[in-house]
Design a protein around this ligand. Structure first.
Ligand code: PMP
Length: 369
């Protein structure tokens, strides 16, 4: 049976996208050839790449000051490629530490410049987003992770910053409308809201680029900009499927419609967590991620029984990240609200059966910081 897929990534994509992708593997565009066996320089694939770039521009509302690239190496490559392209030894950049992924970005950037971590929620197990941070004006950029896939926190408003921001949007790209006016670079691994694993979206505001680069060719943004992401063989299939998914996104009403849909899904699930004392939302409520809801059971001895019940209901991908434990329900764009209803129904019923019904007294607020 088709599962309700709450996996954190690689994750759910629309069924219609899977079908079109499957068809194109057999015969792409009536060519009598698979999308997997045509040249990346063929007019057919060039059209795919151009449409993918145009869709990113349309969905994010980007003007001609931005370059749009589809690279490989994952978001993890952007942890160092951003710093490598923007910094020189002794030059400053500021970072915000909200968990695993920002930590990795910080570690890589330290190889290239003088990195200062302005704020961190590490001491509280990354259960909140640091706010009110003073960002000095003397850095090249401020780096942050917009949605923390592992811990389930999300920036709902950007920090005030006198310098451009470099943002890792791997797990909430295209999920809601965002103000990009002070974003110098954004990057996102495809495998959550954009497409299959294998390509990374990088959006660069032209004024961020410096002209004094002497970098390995493949690691220099100029190379990929000059060759429209085709300096070498690009990740053809992930770009194609991302393009199909972005068409779907546009046809659904774009990022604004996704924002409304995603907010409704998150509201449904967090309300269930809050009304049942069996479930403990670990993140400070105002910083809860709309994409990844992380929760635990107040009675951990019920963990296996709860997972078994979810499995019986066709719910997949709910187990929490190995570093955090508990559960993580990822509700990316393609997840229908009906799947959240199924999960909420299972959670309500399971809690009630074990004497933790929503009519029990909730101590839920006490666990928040
Ligand atoms: N940043 C965030 C926010 C992530 O969730 C992930 C993992 N998907 C990464 C970076 C690393 O991405 P990749 O596996 O594409 O290198």
């Amino acid at each position: 049976m088709k599962q309700h897929n709450f996996s954190a990534g690689p994750s759910i994509l629309p069924q219609s996208v899977f079908r079109q992708a499957a068809d194109a593997v057999i015969d792409f565009d009536g060519m009598g050839l698979s999308i997997l066996e045509i040249s990346h320089r063929s007019p057919q694939f060039t059209a795919v790449l151009e449409e993918a770039v145009a869709l990113v521009r349309e969905l994010l509302g980007l003007d001609e000051n931005y370059e749009v690239l589809f690279l490989s190496g994952g978001a993890s490559t952007q942890f160092f490629m951003t710093a490598m392209n923007l910094l020189r030894p002794g030059e400053k950049a500021y970072y915000l530490d909200t968990g695993t992924w920002s930590n990795k970005a910080i570690k890589e950037a330290r190889r290239f410049g003088e990195i200062t971590v302005l704020a961190s929620s590490k001491e509280a197990g990354y259960t909140y987003i640091p706010k009110g941070v003073e960002v000095p004006a003397d850095g090249r950029y401020l780096h942050l992770t917009s949605n923390n896939t592992v811990y389930g926190t999300q920036y709902h408003a950007w920090p005030e910053s006198p310098i451009p921001m470099v943002i890792d949007m791997s797990s909430d790209i295209f999920s809601r409308e965002r103000d990009l006016s002070n974003v110098g670079i954004l990057y996102a691994g495809a495998q959550k809201n954009m497409g299959p694993a294998g390509t990374t979206l990088v959006v660069i505001r032209r004024d961020m680029l410096r002209q004094d680069n002497d970098l390995p060719t493949m690691l220099d943004y100029h190379t990929h900009i000059a060759k429209n992401s085709s300096f070498n063989t690009p990740p053809v299939f992930p770009i194609f499927v991302s393009m199909l998914n972005m068409r779907w996104l546009r046809d659904q009403g774009g990022v604004a419609a996704m924002g409304r849909r995603n907010a409704a899904k998150a509201e449904l699930l967090y309300a269930c967590i809050d009304r049942n004392p069996l479930y403990v939302g670990v993140v400070q409520p105002e910083d809860r991620s709309v994409m990844n809801a992380v929760f635990k059971l107040s009675d951990e001895s019920l963990t296996d029984a709860f997972l078994a019940r979810c499995k019986d209901a066709g719910i997949a991908g709910l187990k929490g990240h190995r570093s955090v434990g508990g559960f993580r329900a990822s509700m990316y764009n393609a997840l229908d609200i009906d799947s959240v209803r199924v999960l909420v129904d299972v959670m309500d019923t399971f809690a009630k059966e074990h004497g933790y019904g929503s009519d029990a007294v909730s101590g839920v607020q006490e666990i928040y910081h």
